[in-house]
Design a protein. Structure first.
Length: 166
């Protein structure tokens, strides 16, 4: 049995709200620490520590990367937070996939009016040219991915009638 393995790491664009909250909490931490040093008030120290912990966790969840692992007709998606914490998001079987095509492909025209759950595991914005792909899975999920050309090629070899690269 021949097993094909490839992995692809994609950096997601952080949201503006997440960036704003992270820098606001950093600023709040610095101001509270400066005030604590000037007044020697322990309550300000506790507030500064809470703001610092909040900044850490907001920074952890805004620095996202998605890792796509393909192994023998199975696509696994992991979320890497802050380059330190990894969480398995989902596992998808290529046998249950309906179509995998570029996001602006004419092959997706028949799927446009479906009521599906959208899940975005891509870079989060449109590039020029747009290299994101859409995968409809089991009729109920619509995944947006940013795979590498090698991953698309291997998936096309595994399911040639379902994968399009226009």
């Amino acid at each position: 049995m021949s097993e094909t393995y490839i992995e692809c790491l994609v950096k997601a664009k952080p949201s503006m709200l997440g960036k704003f909250c992270k820098y606001l909490l950093y600023l709040l931490t610095a101001v509270l620490l400066a005030l604590m040093i000037l007044t020697m008030n322990m309550l300000l120290f506790l507030l500064a520590a809470a703001a610092g912990v909040g900044a850490y966790f907001v920074g952890l969840y805004t620095d996202l990367e998605y890792e796509y692992l393909y192994l023998d007709k199975e696509l696994t998606i992991d979320k890497v937070m802050g380059k330190s914490k990894r969480k398995r998001v989902a596992v998808y079987q290529l046998d249950k996939m309906e179509i995998f095509a570029p996001i602006k492909s004419y092959h997706l025209d028949n799927f446009k009016n479906r009521q599906t759950k959208d899940k975005d595991y891509s870079i989060g914005y449109e590039e020029q040219p747009d290299l994101r792909y859409v995968m409809y899975y089991e009729g109920s999920e619509r995944l947006i991915l940013s795979p590498s050309p090698e991953l698309v090629k291997i998936m096309k070899n595994a399911a040639p009638r379902k994968v399009f690269s226009d």
